[in-house]
Design a protein around this ligand. Structure first.
Ligand code: NAP
Length: 244
């Protein structure tokens, strides 16, 4: 699919991976709806970066875990942009803890944002994509969802859930020309991984390529999957080889 002239929604686009995806889509000629949860100034910066590429871009505050907010926001985006052909479900959070001590609310919140958030957004945009007779959905999972990770039972479960969601949606919408894929990053340099100690860290020394990834590495994989007409239901790792 030619990305130029298409309308894209990127969730969690105020910072990190989402911002890199939004800016890369804009650089390829897509108009971008930038969804964020609270960081208005960061979202405005993303919009400014996108606008430099001569496309339309606008920020929308929306908690993706809310069925009502996602419905209203997608309706607003449709009014502003006219159609939606691309959805990147990137918004995500961590609330790590060992299983014996993990609070119920921390388990629920991570599932609600990371998994239900993607479900909410797909549910609300699928009808628009069906109308456009074309669509590209990319969900950001994680190597934690493939391999599991001690201290991340909630997060790994949400990200494994995203893979099941991706494959089910891919099967369901394939006949309508809509693809759905996932990208599973490893350790990427963002606010989420800011506190990981860099020195003598066995987690980082387990990366075959020997260093953390950059947000642009993930954005490149996302736009590759969006461009492809014949890849669906795939989980593309961008992890320096951790989960091979
Ligand atoms: P980040 O820098 O912490 O940014 C998170 C983004 O999600 C922000 O834009 C934030 O908005 C938004 N967000 C959080 N909760 C939200 C909600 N309820 N509704 C809407 N937006 C919400 O994260 P990141 O490191 O770029 O990660 C992006 C995605 O990649 C996540 O799904 C994460 O799980 C996944 N991932 C990251 C890594 C990594 O190493 N960084 C590895 C594997 C997977 P505000 O700015 O408004 O708070």
């Amino acid at each position: 699919m030619d990305i130029k002239g298409k309308n894209a929604i990127v969730t969690g686009a105020s910072r990190g991976i989402g911002r890199a995806v939004a800016v890369r889509l804009a650089s390829m000629g897509a108009n971008v709806a930038v969804i964020y949860s609270g960081n208005e100034s960061a979202a405005a910066e993303t919009v400014e970066e996108c606008l430099k590429h001569g496309i339309s871009a606008k920020a929308y505050r929306c908690d993706v875990s809310s069925a009502e907010e996602t419905k209203n926001t997608v309706q607003e985006i449709r009014k502003d942009f006219g159609s939606v052909e691309i959805l990147v479900n990137n918004a995500g959070i961590t609330k790590d803890g060992l299983i014996a001590f993990m609070k119920e609310e921390d388990f629920d919140r991570v599932i609600d944002v990371n998994l239900k958030g993607a479900f909410n957004m797909i549910r609300n945009t699928a009808a628009l994509m069906l109308r456009s007779k074309c669509g590209r959905i990319v969900n950001i999972s994680s190597v934690s969802g493939i391999m599991g990770n001690a201290g991340q039972a909630n997060y790994a479960a949400s990200k494994a859930g995203v893979i099941g969601l991706t494959k089910s949606v891919a099967r369901e919408l394939a006949a309508k020309g809509i693809t759905c894929n996932a990208v599973a990053p490893g350790f990427i340099e963002t606010d989420m991984t800011r506190d990981i100690p860099q020195e003598n860290n066995p987690l980082l020394s387990s990366i075959p390529l020997g260093h953390m990834g950059k947000t642009e590495d993930v954005a490149e994989a996302v736009t590759f999957l969006i461009s492809s007409d014949y890849i669906t239901g795939e989980v593309l790792r961008v992890d320096g080889g951790i989960a091979m």
